[in-house]
Design a protein. Structure first.
Length: 139
């Protein structure tokens, strides 16, 4: 299965799932949230990310996929850039923890495919995130 097909299937699977931290069948997921217009990973989110990664048994048996999202404030190009910056910031934090870049795949959605409604403050807040998804590697 190609990486892009795998990413697309993962995204479709995750559309119906809550975005906090959870395990669904063989996928494990953690969302890292951001302020409006920000790609800064604050101390709380850094600790949450580190705790999440360090508590996964046999991490080497997973591929790490980062799905980056934004709300709909600003234009398409701006949100594509912001989505890229957010996924890069989370990737940098994972590298700091000791995760090899080769274990990660990134998909930046920008303001496309929101999981929550952007018509409310809470919905926009929940869409400002990077989902860290652990996908089992099939041997």
């Amino acid at each position: 299965m190609t990486r892009s097909l795998l990413s697309t299937l993962l995204f479709i699977t995750l559309l119906s799932a809550p975005a906090l931290s959870q395990k669904t069948d063989s996928l494990i997921r953690k969302s890292i949230f951001f302020g409006g217009g920000s790609y800064y990973v604050d101390e709380y989110q850094s600790i949450e990310l580190q705790d999440f990664i360090l508590n996964v048994e046999k991490l080497e048996n997973y591929e790490i996929v980062l799905f980056s999202h934004t709300d709909n404030i600003g234009g398409k190009e701006y949100n594509e850039w912001l989505s890229f910056m957010r996924s890069t910031a989370v990737q940098d934090k994972l590298i700091e923890i000791g995760i090899a870049e080769e274990m990660m795949e990134i998909k930046n959605f920008g303001m496309n495919n929101p999981l929550y409604r952007n018509s409310s403050y809470n919905g926009r807040h929940m869409n400002r995130r990077v989902d860290v998804i652990l996908v089992p590697i099939v041997f």
